[in-house]
Design a protein around this ligand. Structure first.
Ligand SMILES: Cc1ncc(COP(=O)(O)O)c(C=O)c1O
Length: 411
C-alpha cells in the first residue's frame, strides 16, 4: 500500500532511535570513475576515464559464449563456479605461476573480481580488524573496507617510481592486521611490485599472521620487461595468499562480470558461503566461455601486451605534448599524471585542495576529454589534488580524437 493512503502515521526514525539508511552506505559516495563515464556521455567527451576497452573482444571467446547459450547452458552453475572454468583456472595458474591448486576446495568463481574481493573481505573480517592498503588505491577498496567492517591503514606509494617507505609499511602492521591488499600490476600507478618488495611484505604478513589479498587482474599487461609475480609463489605465502583475478581485462570483456578468488581451503569455504548468499553465481554461459578463453595460447597474451605497449607510447606522447607531467606505467593500462604545471584557468573553480576535481570537470566540459580526478584514489582527497588519471585501453581513433581535443588545452 502507498504509505500516503494509510491512516496510520509513521513514527519518525529519529524518535525510534534509529536511522532509516545504513550508516555504512553513508560513509562513501558513488564511484567517481563511473560518474566520469556518465559525464563523458553527457558532454560528448572522449572517455579516457573508466578502464574498459572500446575495441572488440576476441572472436573465439565471443563465439564460445554464443555456443554456450545455444547449448542451453542457461541455468545456475554450481555456486562456486562451473567445473570447466575452475579446471581451466587450475591449468593456467599452474602454467603461469607453477602452483597447482585444488579446483574442488580452493577456487570460487564470482561476479567479477569486484565481487571476489568483497566476498573475500566479508569472509575474513571481524569487528576491530585492520587491513593495510597502499595508496593511491583502486577506489573500490575503500567501500570494500567499510562494508566488511575493516579499518584501513594506508601506506603511501610515492612518485615518480611509486616506491613505499619500509618503516611506514612496517608501522602499519600490528596485532589487529588481518590482511594487506596488494594490486600488481597496479591501478592507478602502473607499478609492478618487485620480488624484494614481495619478500619484505611476506615477512610482515608472517610476523603478524596476516593474509595477503592480491588483485592480479592486470597480470598480462606488462611493459619494459616487467615480470608479474604472484604473492602465492613467494616462500611461506601459499597458505596465506588469496589471489583475486578475472576475465575483464585480459580478454577485454569487462561487462561479462566473471572473476574468481584462489585461496587455501579454509578461507575458500568461508568465501564460498558469502558468495553464495550475495549472488548465487556468475553468468553460467559466460563461465563456459571463460573456460575456452583461459586456454588461449601464449601468443594471445604476447599480442595483448604488445598492443597495449603501442597505446601506452601513444598516450604518453599525447599527454606530454599537452603539458601533463606523466608517470610512465610498467603495467596495467593507466597513466597517472601531475597537473601542477597547469595554471588555474578559473581561480573561483580551482582551489589547491580540489584542483583535480575542478580540472577534471573543466577537461570534460570545456576540452571534451574525460579523466579521473586523483583524489578518488586517496583516503585524504588533498593527497590527490594535483593528479589525474587517464586510461589508454582505447582504439587508435579514440586516442587520436583526444589528441585533437587537447590542442585546445595547449592553446
Ligand atoms: C585493480 C582492479 N581490480 C578490479 C577491477 C574490477 O574488475 P572486475 O571487472 O573483474 O570486477 C578493476 C577495474 O578497473 C581494477 O582496476
Amino acid at each position: 500500500m502507498n504509505p500516503s493512503e494509510s491512516r496510520v502515521a509513521s513514527i519518525p526514525a529519529g524518535e525510534l532511535g534509529r536511522r532509516m539508511l545504513s550508516a555504512k552506505a553513508e560513509q562513501f559516495t558513488e564511484s567517481v570513475i563511473r560518474e566520469m563515464t556518465r559525464l563523458a556521455l553527457k558532454h560528448g567527451a572522449v572517455n579516457l576515464s573508466q578502464g574498459f576497452p572500446d575495441f572488440a573482444a576476441p572472436a573465439e571467446v565471443k563465439e564460445a559464449a554464443r555456443q554456450a547459450i545455444a547449448d542451453d547452458i542457461n541455468q545456475y552453475a554450481i555456486t562456486w563456479g562451473a567445473k570447466p572454468l575452475r579446471d581451466a583456472i587450475v591449468e593456467k595458474f599452474a602454467r603461469t605461476q607453477g602452483i597447482r591448486v585444488d579446483p574442488e576446495r580452493e577456487i570460487t568463481i564470482c561476479c567479477g573480481s569486484t565481487e571476489a574481493m568483497m566476498s573475500t573481505m566479508m569472509a575474513i573480517i571481524n569487528p576491530g580488524d585492520e587491513i593495510v592498503v597502499f595508496e593511491p588505491f583502486y577506489e573500490n577498496y575503500g567501500p570494500d573496507a567499510i562494508l566488511s567492517g575493516a579499518t584501513p591503514r594506508f601506506v603511501k606509494l610515492r612518485p615518480p617510481d611509486w616506491t613505499y617507505d619500509e618503516r611506514e609499511l612496517a608501522a602499519a602492521f600490528g596485532p589487529r592486521t588481518k590482511a594487506i591488499i596488494l594490486n600488481t600490476p597496479n591501478n592507478p600507478t602502473g607499478k609492478v611490485f618487485t620480488r624484494a618488495e614481495f619478500e619484505f611484505i611476506r615477512d610482515l604478513c608472517v610476523r603478524w599472521n596476516a593474509f595477503c589479498i592480491t588483485d592480479e587482474i592486470y597480470e598480462h599487461i606488462l611493459y619494459d620487461g616487467a615480470e608479474h609475480i604472484s604473492m602465492a609463489t613467494i616462500d611461506g605465502m601459499r597458505e596465506r595468499t588469496i589471489v583475486i583475478n578475472g576475465m575483464s581485462k585480459t580478454y577485454s570483456v569487462t561487462g561479462w562480470r566473471v572473476g574468481w578468488a584462489i585461496a587455501p581451503p579454509e578461507p575458500t569455504a568461508a568465501i564460498r558461503k558469502v558468495h553464495d548468499f550475495l549472488t548465487v553465481g556468475a553468468a553460467a554461459p559466460l563461465q563456459q566461455a571463460g573456460a575456452i578463453a583461459l586456454k588461449s595460447p601464449q601468443s594471445y597474451y604476447d599480442k595483448l601486451a604488445g598492443s597495449y605497449l603501442e597505446k601506452r607510447e601513444r598516450l604518453l606522447k599525447i599527454l606530454t605534448a599537452a603539458g601533463f607531467t606523466v608517470f610512465k606505467p610498467r603495467g596495467a593500462y593507466y597513466i597517472m599524471t601531475d597537473i601542477s604545471r597547469f595554471a588555474d584557468p578559473d581561480p573561483i573553480r580551482f582551489s589547491a585542495e580540489t584542483k583535480d576535481v575542478s580540472f577534471a570537470k573543466f577537461l570534460v566540459e570545456e576540452i571534451g576529454v574525460a579523466c579521473v580526478p586523483g583524489s578518488s584514489f586517496y583516503n585524504n582527497a588533498r593527497d590527490g589534488a594535483s593528479q589525474v588519471r587517464f586510461t589508454f585501453c582505447k582504439k587508435e581513433s579514440t586516442l587520436a580524437a583526444a589528441e585533437e581535443r587537447f590542442a585546445k588545452l595547449h592553446a
